[in-house]
Design a protein around this ligand. Sequence first.
Ligand SMILES: [Fe+2]
Ligand SMILES: [Fe+2]
Length: 130
Amino acid sequence: MAFLSWHQRFSVGHAEIDQQHRRLFELVNHFDDVIQMGMPGELPHIVEDIISLGDAHFRFEEGVIQDTGFPRVAEHRKMHAELLDQIRVMQTRLMAGGHVSHKAVVRFLADWLTNHILREDMEYKPYLRT
Ligand SMILES: [Fe+2]
Ligand SMILES: [Fe+2]
């Protein structure tokens, strides 16, 4: 069973952004699947994919909200940079091995993604004209 399931409450009402969010959900689920399959060597690659897709998504989203009149574009951009920093720190820890609980990492990834969508991305939703 998928670790994260998409739900309408995650929709910001912009088809391309929703699609990108869904692809990030799929990567988090893939991370969980790979844990279940007992292939921990694959995990850093999946995190790498989350970082590159996340980075591309953040830049796309910043472009979309730029001209909407949403007043917190600069703060939103700063949050994106912090989110990338957080995931890179986690990636370093994962690569270093040691006592990293993979289940804790998948929960971190799920929270990392869903909290930002529900708390911060939703703030710009009323400003989108789609
Ligand atoms: Fe987003
Ligand atoms: Fe965002």
